[in-house]
Write a protein that binds this ligand. Structure first.
Ligand code: AMP
Ligand code: ZN
Length: 472
């Protein structure tokens, strides 16, 4: 398989260090708010990557952290603590906030068919590991104490800007965000490993350390959690593109300084989901969630399908219209599958199977080209293969794609059988009016019509196949 590696800026053959095994690390969510559908684009594409690696026969171990401490509103160690901000906003403790949004994150993942990584580790469970690595970095001369905090000394590295795209002037973080720059830093690019004295006196979570009571910086958690579970060598590290700098750059700096050799071979970065008005932001609270999609009647798996239609290395614009187009194309696919799930007859034709399977693997072998993988789904449906062959292929594809086409078609076939024949015309008319209201985004009217339909004894639901109607 060929994958684009952000470290080399080119597509490379993906070759794990140990034959047949892959160690994979993913930066997990900062759990001070719901994940937005932009965050979830990254997790969907990382899930596809993991599943495809497994599909090709590799034994993947995947680790993810949960950031429940240390992430400040600016990735450059300035601003407020995000967790503390979340706790204040909701008048809860930091740990309550962390638990609530961690659960919410995995509930969203489940709805999107995103597999939970083999290991999920909250930063707050690993404080001793962080302290040990920071001590090691101080011993090796890569870290220093200043103003009570411990900093990583980037001037000790031959090359700090490993992803090449960033320059010193990009680091004017403090200035840009109207927050004072940290005068303790010896070099602009230095970053905090451990905070003791800082302006965050009301920091809720604090731990004892050799440098006084304090809390860890954000970057150290990923290095430590990865090394703790996957050892000194990592095959592939994933995250959204905003994490490349400074977060991943700092992870590499401190990990390699600590272990004394190259740490991770491949870096997989997902480009952002944007809206027409720009980037979605958790910190401003202006963002779309999976629950909101559901409230508006969209099936979360259609959002997954929407993400698969674009390549992960291109930024993707979210509009309702684009999502509606994905709904239409998803529903068409499901409809095409209905005759297949009704007639599963025939023996699998292995020559056709292999030919069509190759279309799918060729697509994903080419830097995880998911939109071509969807084309491979169409190729199966258009082919002359029999129903059994087609279904066998689509079931295999779905182990990676995770868009549930077969089960959606089965459900549609079932509901068609149970029949709309005896639904009164009055109800059918209201359903049509409701569809039109939803199309115009008049959700208040759509809700009103749903109530009218309910009063006539029918429940109307939006499902992945479109509108479903059942007798109450
Ligand atoms: P956070 O919870 O803010 O730490 O972010 C979780 C993940 O979402 C990280 O991998 C980010 O790089 C990624 N991310 C943040 N914003 C977006 C976006 N608009 N589109 C795609 N991924 C994003
Ligand atoms: Zn990370």
């Amino acid at each position: 398989m060929q994958l684009y590696n952000s470290l080399s800026h080119k597509k490379e053959d993906f070759i794990p260090r140990e034959s047949g095994k892959v160690s994979m690390y993913t930066c997990g969510p900062t759990v001070y708010h719901y994940a937005h559908i932009g965050n979830l684009r990254s997790y969907i594409m990382e899930d596809i990557l993991e599943k495809y690696l497994r599909f090709t026969g590799l034994d993947v171990t995947r680790v993810m952290n949960i950031t429940d401490v240390g992430h400040l509103t600016s990735d450059g160690d300035t601003g407020d603590d995000k967790m503390l901000k979340g706790a204040k906003r909701e008048k809860k403790t930091v740990m309550e906030i962390a638990k609530f949004y961690t659960d919410a994150f995995f509930a969203d993942c489940k709805k999107l068919n995103i597999k939970t990584p083999d290991v999920v580790e909250p930063a707050t469970s690993c404080i001793d590991d962080f302290i040990r690595v920071i001590e090691g970095l101080i011993e090796k001369g890569f870290a220093y104490e200043a103003g009570g905090n411990i900093y990583f000394d980037t001037s000790r590295l031959e090359k700090y800007y490993v992803f090449n795209d960033f320059k010193e002037e990009d680091l004017a973080v403090g200035v840009r965000e109207g927050v004072e720059e940290d005068s303790n830093k010896r070099n602009k690019a230095d970053f905090v490993l451990w905070f003791t004295k800082s302006k965050f006196d009301d920091q809720e979570l604090k731990w004892d350390s050799p440098w006084g009571i304090g809390y860890p910086g954000w970057h150290i958690e990923c290095s430590c959690i990865s090394m703790k579970h996957l050892g000194e060598y990592l095959d592939i590290h994933c995250g959204g593109i905003d994490n490349a700098f400074p977060h991943h750059t700092n992870e590499i700096a401190q990990s390699e300084a600590y272990i004394g050799h190259k740490w991770c071979n491949y870096w997989f970065h997902v480009l952002h989901l944007n809206t027409n008005s720009g980037k979605m932001s958790k910190s401003t609270g202006e963002f779309l969630t999976v629950s909101l999609l559901e409230e508006k009647g969209y099936n979360p798996l259609v959002y997954r399908y929407f993400c698969l239609l674009s390549h992960y290395r291109k930024s993707l614009v979210f509009t309702w219209e684009n999502l509606d187009n994905a709904v239409t194309s998803y529903n068409k696919l499901v409809e095409k599958l209905v005759p297949l799930v009704k007639d599963k007859s025939g023996e699998t034709d292995s020559a056709e199977y292999d030919r069509l399977m190759k279309g799918f693997t060729d697509a994903l072998d080419n830097d995880l080209n998911t939109s071509l993988a969807i084309t491979a789904v169409y190729d199966v449906l258009k082919s002359k293969a029999n129903a059994a062959t087609k279904l066998a292929l689509l079931a295999e594809f779905d182990k990676v794609l995770g868009i549930g086409l077969i089960s959606a078609a089965e459900k549609l076939a079932e509901s068609a059988e149970s029949g709309a024949a005896d639904i009164p015309q009055e109800v059918l008319d209201l359903i049509e009016q409701r569809k039109a209201a939803r199309k115009e985004k008049n959700f208040a009217l759509a809700d009103e019509l749903r109530d009218k339909i309910a009063a006539l004894g029918y429940e109307v639901k939006e499902t992945r196949q479109g509108t479903e109607i059942n007798k109450i």
